[in-house]
Structures are given as C-alpha cells and as structure tokens.
Design a protein around this ligand. Structure first.
Ligand code: ADP
Ligand code: MG
Length: 250
C-alpha cells in the first residue's frame, strides 16, 4: 500500500478530521492557528502539545465551536460541523477550572447534563456516572466540599453524562498536585478506554502527553510540526524544536 492510499484509508475511518484549519484574531497580524490538519480515530486519545501561546486552546475551542475558523473544515463522523452551534456538535469539553455550579449539589451538577425530561431518571443516571468516576456517595455534597481531584472527576462525570462522541480536555490536570495528577490521569485514561470514547487532550507538559496519549501532535507557532505515536515522535523528532520540546538534549 502506498502512502496516498494509506492516508485516504485513515481519514475514512476517522472520528474527527481537521483540514487546513486557520484562525487570525481581529487586531493581530500573525495567524494564531495556521493550516492545522490531523485526524483522530474512534476511541483514540490524542494529545496536542506545545509551548504556551502556540495555539492549542484556540484549536480546541474551534473544535468545540466556541471560535469560528477563518479557513478549513472540521468533520465529525463524516458530518461537516465547522459552522454548527457548540451544543449541536456532540462534543464534551473539560477545562482546567472545572466550572461546576457552586450552588448545585454534585448530583445535580451531573444531572444537569442529562437530557431526559423526567427528574427521577436524570438523578438515577447521574448516580451511575458518579459511580463510574469513583464518587459513589458524594452526590449530596457541594463542589467546595470536595478536593480538586474530586471536583475534576465530577466535571468528567458531567461530561460523560452528556454522552459525547468526543471529549476535549484542556490542561485538565494542571491544578492538581503531582501525585494526584498521576492517579487522576490514569483513572481518566481507563475511563475513556473502557467506554470507547475518544479524546483530544491539550497540555504543555510533554511527559504527561507521552505517557497518556496514543498519539501526539507537536504544535509550534500555530502550526503542527509533527504527529505520531509517542515513542516514534520521541525517538525520531522531525526538527530540533520537537527534540528540544520533548526534553531530548541530543
Ligand atoms: P495555548 O493554549 O497554546 O497556550 P492559545 O490558543 O490560548 O495558546 O493562544 C494562542 C495565541 O492567541 C496567544 O498569543 C493568545 O494571546 C492569542 N489569543 C488567544 N485567544 C485570543 C482572543 N480571543 N483574542 C486575541 N488573541 C487571542
Ligand atoms: Mg491553552
């Protein structure tokens, strides 16, 4: 099989495909995101990494629908969602500041994301999602009565409760201390894999990406420098920038 065939085969099975995505903010000269193209396979955990300010969050926000690209397309399961409203994309998003409702209990925070009309059914399902993230019995508490790691898991339960096709995570562990970061990311990885839900995960922490993701894309100044399996990108960096960013000294 030649490379061309291989490429087209891949994009046919892709869950999400970005093509030539670009964004320049009003008032700035340089594009913040330029010609970004990659695809994510069903159930795949994909990391987008790069230094602060390189355009990772902007890329994620375009996928979520919070920013409109100037160029390019976003295709989810064969449907062009480039201009679709965020709530019609079937994409979940978890930010670093969990954004839970402080005046709602943990259970109600999760139930909020469930579309059933019947309250009893929403609560029943919310309990199931709390069990799933290891928070059985925490439903009656309020967010400020939980640790940072627990709040992050509530946010994840709420995201899962909306049954998205794809979950976007923007620096989700950066508010957690080192030990908690390790255990939380392992749990989240297991949850995603057990449920066959794909994820794009943004971080400036290369070590985290290399250990968490199935594939990584290294971004620099709005462009993708390299995409590949963690071991491949680490062993065969395409540029001095990639090598340096991944902490290789030679
Ligand atoms: P990253 O997540 O990789 O740190 P961002 O995507 O947040 O980077 O930002 C990339 C660049 O775009 C930065 O220089 C940032 O200041 C700029 N930027 C982000 N959002 C806006 C906006 N709404 N208006 C203008 N500039 C923005
Ligand atoms: Mg960011």
């Amino acid at each position: 099989m030649n490379l061309q065939n291989h490429k087209s085969l891949k994009s046919e099975t892709a869950m999400l495909a970005l093509n030539g995505l670009g964004k320049t903010f009003v008032g700035s000269v340089q594009p913040v995101v330029q010609d970004v193209a990659f695809s994510v396979e069903p159930g795949e955990i994909f990391a987008l990494i790069g230094p602060s300010g390189c355009g990772k969050s902007t890329t994620l926000r375009m996928i979520a629908g919070f920013e409109t690209p100037d160029n390019g397309t976003i295709v989810l399961e064969g449907r062009d969602i480039t201009k679709a409203e965020p709530e019609r994309r079937n994409i979940g998003i978890v930010f670093q500041d969990y954004a839970l409702f402080p005046h709602l209990t943990v259970l109600d925070n999760v139930a909020f994301a469930i579309r059933d009309t019947e309250k009893k059914m929403r609560r029943k399902k919310a309990i199931k999602y709390l069990d799933m993230v290891g928070l059985t019995g925490y439903g009656d508490r309020y967010p400020d009565q939980l640790s940072g790691g627990q709040q992050q898991r509530v946010a994840l339960a709420r995201t899962f409760a909306a049954t998205p096709k794809l979950i976007l995570l923007d620096e989700p562990f950066s508010n957690l201390d080192a030990a908690l970061r390790h255990s939380t990311r392992r749990e989240i990885r297991e949850l995603l894999k057990a449920n066959g839900v794909g994820a794009i995960f943004v971080t400036h922490d290369q070590e985290e990406a290399l250990s968490f993701a199935d594939r990584v894309a290294v971004m620099r100044r709005g462009k993708i420098e390299q995409v590949g399996a963690p071991e491949e990108v680490y062993a065969q960096p395409k540029s001095a920038f990639v090598a340096r960013f991944l902490g290789r000294t030679n």
